[in-house]
Design a protein around this ligand. Structure first.
Ligand SMILES: [Zn+2]
Length: 88
């Protein structure tokens, strides 16, 4: 992955959520610039390491989620990343 290297997305997301609670309690609340930036960061973390409706990452692996995948899981990831356009 190019750009920012983050060693633990799960920990970073937890930290960002705690920070979000603090920022929401400040003047400006959820409408403040800081609150919007934190929301964007959390969205980006969720794109790299998606969470299910139960709040768990489970098997929603991506190339960037940092899980220690088995060979089978890596193969599934590979095939699920191929789109129709790739095979035409
Ligand atoms: Zn994963």
């Amino acid at each position: 992955m190019d750009g920012l290297q983050i060693s633990n997305l799960k920990t970073l997301r937890e930290f960002m959520c705690k920070t979000q609670h603090k920022v929401y309690a400040e003047p400006g609340g959820p409408e403040s610039y800081e609150a919007k930036m934190i929301s964007e960061l959390i969205r980006e973390i969720d794109r790299l390491r998606p969470l299910g409706s139960d709040g768990k990452h489970g098997k929603l692996h991506t190339y960037y989620c940092q899980c220690d995948l088995t060979a089978d899981e890596r193969t599934d990831l590979y095939w699920s990343s191929i789109t129709w356009e790739d095979v035409q």
